[in-house]
Structures are given as C-alpha cells and as structure tokens.
Design a protein around this ligand. Structure first.
Ligand SMILES: [Zn+2]
Length: 265
C-alpha cells in the first residue's frame, strides 16, 4: 500500500481509527489488477481503506490487533433496456431508487475486503398491487451477507482446518461474522455426512468402524423431556454413526438392539 496516497485523504471517524480514500491515480502502477470472482460486479471508483484495532482477546485479558479493510463500491452489470414485469399481477415494474448491500468478500492477506453493491429497487406500476423487489446479486451466497467466493473460501478453510480451529479464529481471519461461519460449517457437515446434504438422514459409514465412542450432549432448542441426545461415533474417523434423543445408556442399548447392529456387523 502506498502510504503517501493514503495520507493525502486521511480522515478519522467514530467507528474506525483511520479511513482513507485511495486516489484514482493510484491505479497507475500502485495496484495489481486481480480477478474479483464476482461476475456481474462493476467497480466504481477506488476502494476505501479503513483501519481499526479489534480486541481478539477477552474482556479481562485484552489483546488488541490492527485490522485493515478495503471497501469496493460498485453496481451490477444489468441491462437497463429490458422491461421487467410484476410476478404477482403482470403489470410493468417501475424503478424505485437504489439501496446498498454490503457483502464480505475473500480477505486479501490480512486485509478484509467488502463489496458495497448498489442494487436497484422496483415497485409494481399497478396502484392496486403492493409488490416491490430489489435486484438480485448473482454473486451473493444464498441467504448470507457474503459473496459466493467468500462462502467457498470459508468452506475450504473449514475442510482443511476442521477441529483445529475455532469459529471465532476463522471469523478474525476472514472478517466474516462467526454466526455465518457456523452456518457454513453446518452445511459442510450436512454435505459430508447426510443424504443429498439435506441434514435429514445420515449416510452409511464409508468404512467398518473398529473403535466406537459413545457420548451424550445437551440440546438447547428442545423442551426438557428431550433435552439430551446420545451419539455413537467412529473414534478413528470422527464420523457420527448414530444419534438418538435420549440420555440413558440403557435406552440407547435397546434402540441399538432394534437396529440389529446393522451398521456394526
Ligand atoms: Zn403487481
């Protein structure tokens, strides 16, 4: 990063220690042109640079680390000449201003990256119809405020690091909220261990287990009667072979007999 360019536009605001706009002429020689992996995004102007100190430790044992972030503003490459029609009543859609969606993107080394995408808003031209919508972002990961590229990168990191990292550590590494990382990890486990990634039916184990482990855990979202679940796993692969809503080992034994140990013969 060219510091002379940054210092020319330095600002201090309430949220961030430093915020700066990188001058447009900085593209001349000071930048690498890299693929965005966000097809349909048209960057407008130069990225904004922010720097802030974040406590990566605890309240009692503070550990402040500096994080920088680049925010890229842009629009979607959409064809404005195309007429759009209301899916509810069939009348024409009128444009109704714009809004901005911030999506976390793959970090660039230790620098977080965010895309600020201008999306068009539309409303139905019929006075009787209340329908309104916003432009869909083709490179957004379904249901999350991150890009599809960031989703795949986090998925890959979770595959690689598995239990050797925490959601919090990955959140600091990528700048993506820990709740989103948890959701990606859940889907990853569904893909790996359940039929069609739906999270409903466990896939048969890939190999015969040699050492089995049994443990129980607390379920948070269920009422008291079903508060515990017991699971059996392959201690060598970590694969979950069987789960039941029950705490007592006796109940588990009965259910296993009902299964006729089909998985463990
Ligand atoms: Zn309508």
């Amino acid at each position: 990063m060219n510091t002379t360019i940054l210092s020319a536009n330095l600002q201090v605001n309430s949220d961030h220690v430093i915020a700066a706009t990188i001058a447009p002429n900085a593209f001349e020689g000071d930048f690498l042109v890299v693929p965005s992996y966000c097809e349909g995004f048209k960057q407008v102007g130069s990225p904004r640079y922010d720097f802030r100190q974040v406590n990566v430790g605890t309240i009692t044992n503070e550990n402040f680390v500096g994080f920088s972030e680049l925010t890229y503003t842009g629009k979607l490459r959409t064809d404005d000449r195309k007429e759009l029609y209301c899916p509810k009543c069939g009348a024409k859609l009128h444009s109704n201003g714009v809004s901005y969606v911030r999506l976390k993107h793959i970090p660039y080394g230790s620098t977080y990256q965010t895309l600020e995408v201008e999306v068009k808003r539309y409303r139905c031209s019929s006075k009787l119809c209340e329908y309104s919508c916003t432009e869909k972002i083709p490179f957004q990961a379904g249901g999350h405020r991150i890009t599809a590229a960031a989703y795949h990168e986090i998925y890959r990191l979770l595959e690689m690091k598995g239990s050797k990292t925490s959601l919090k550590a990955l959140s600091f590494e990528t700048g993506v909220d820990a709740k989103i990382i948890r959701a990606i990890d859940k889907q990853r486990l569904y893909d790996k261990y359940t039929e069609n990634g739906e999270g409903k039916k466990l896939l048969p184990p890939r190999r015969q287990a040699r050492i089995l482990g049994v443990d129980e855990f607390l379920l948070h979202s269920l009422d008291r009667s079903d508060k515990f679940a017991t699971f059996i796993m392959d201690m060598e692969t970590g694969e979950v072979l069987w789960v039941a809503h029950s705490k007592t080992k006796e109940a588990v034994k009965v259910e296993m007999q009902e299964l006729e140990f089909s998985l463990y013969d």
